[in-house]
Write a protein that binds this ligand. Structure first.
Ligand code: LLP
Length: 400
């Protein structure tokens, strides 16, 4: 168990809750800062992974930029320390209000996904009397070899402009009088573990695309490779800080970059994934005919990744580990009325008793941000390792 807080302290807190190890987040950010400075890469944190205000503030303190996919993410970033010039705004369906807010915030660039959107941004910039900086989001048709729901750079995905559309897009940019073209962006997918192989391909593809766009008459000054670095869900403690070194080295060695060009990356999961755990309390241990169930008070409404992507999250019984209890095997399930409300099947988590705390690890990315109030459940609170005192306490209803 690598949460670095005593189980007794955690037991006092009202469950379920997201626990964030702020020291690990700091160490991760320091690693990213050192490497990005070394390789001259500009980092824009993908806010969609986790938009918690304390987390955003910490990330912005390191001077990183932000990659946003909604107007509200842009506004949240501006409120939490990111300066406008470091904010990018992507997404296939930007509304007029979102474009308006982003132009007013004075963001670094819109990542434009279609000619139709480009014309709308141009018109709105004209209306406001400002200039809009843009990068064209390209669909590179590179297979990221990841879950089909989180691969984004294939022709069959809805994202970006495909090869056939380059000429038309470049012409459209030239015809927009309120738009400044910065460069090219793409994102091939998420949870990429075959880092060297996939990013060598991505860089080669980017080199080709930059050359094609420049041949069509636009100067590319900004090259943005998106996010995607995977994390170790099976054994988080073996790799609490993901392998940013291999990622950035691969990018630096394979991308052709001139001195007037800036390289950007947009990591989300790799920054915040390992610092977060969902902590749940065991309500009941139910011994079935074929299986034993540990029924906990967190559900798919709090963390939907296992139900949605069949994603694996390591589960640990913190109390059994602390007391050195023997082995037990359980399906760890939530209270929601859906058969898919399962955090893990046949998990060896130590002999489990009512009241034990279960940690569902690697939940810092795409955890709380994808939560819902399904079954009229409340959102789980966020608890920070450096501020346990302000967490809401568990109520003992037997003493009421
Ligand atoms: N940039 C763009 C344009 C993206 O679409 C994404 C993620 C990122 C950056 C950040 O990618 P990361 O470094 O986090 O892999 N909900 C899914 C993940 C969806 C990712 C969508 N795009 C999950 O829980 O696995």
């Amino acid at each position: 168990m690598a949460l670095n807080v005593s189980v007794e302290e955690l037991k006092k807190i009202r469950t379920p809750f997201y626990f964030y190890d702020m020291d690990l987040l700091d160490r991760t950010l320091r690693t990213v800062k050192t490497l990005s400075d070394r390789y001259g890469i500009s980092v824009h944190y993908a806010v969609k992974a986790n938009n918690d205000s304390r987390i955003l503030r910490k990330i912005s303190e390191y001077g990183f930029g932000a990659d946003c996919v909604s107007g509200n993410e842009v506004l949240l970033c501006a409120e939490n320390g990111f300066c406008g010039e470091k904010i990018m705004f992507a997404g296939v369906g930007k509304t007029d209000k979102e474009i308006y807010d982003a132009l007013k915030t004075g963001i670094y660039a819109f990542n434009v996904e279609s000619v139709e959107e480009l014309k709308n941004i141009d018109a709105m910039a004209a209306h406001l009397g400002v200039r809009a900086r843009i990068q064209l989001r390209i669909n590179p048709n590179v297979d990221a070899h990841t879950h089909r729901y989180i691969t984004t750079g294939l022709d069959e995905n809805k994202f970006g402009i495909t090869k056939e559309g380059f000429k038309g897009a470049v012409e459209a940019v030239k015809n927009c009088s309120n738009v400044d073209f910065l460069g090219i962006q793409f994102h091939i997918g998420s949870q990429i573990t075959d880092v060297e192989n996939i990013y060598v391909q991505a860089c080669r593809k980017m080199n080709e695309i930059v050359a094609e766009i420049e041949a069509l008459g636009l100067e590319v000054r900004s090259i943005d490779l998106g996010g995607g670095l995977g994390i170790n869900y099976e054994d988080p403690d073996a790799e609490l800080i993901p392998d940013f070194a291999t990622w950035m080295k691969t990018v630096a060695e394979n991308l052709k970059v001139r001195s007037n060009q800036v390289v950007h990356i947009e990591p989300g999961r790799s920054i915040v994934g390992q610092c977060g755990s969902l902590i749940a309390r065991v309500l009941y241990v139910k011994n079935g005919q074929k299986k034993n169930f540990a029924i906990v008070d967190a559900g798919m409404n709090d963390l939907i990744r296992p139900a949605l992507y069949q994603a694996y999250h390591k589960t640990e019984n913190l109390c059994a580990e602390a007391e050195g209890r023997g082995a037990g095997k359980y399906d760890v399930v939530g209270p929601v009325c859906e058969s898919s409300d399962v955090f893990g099947s046949d998990r060896e988590i130590g002999l489990t008793e009512r009241g034990d705390l279960i940690a569902i690890r690697s939940a810092g990315a795409y955890g709380s941000v994808m939560a819902s109030m399904y079954n009229a459940k409340h959102f789980a609170q966020s608890v920070y390792s450096d501020d346990l005192a302000s967490a809401e306490k568990q109520i003992d209803w037997f003493t009421r």
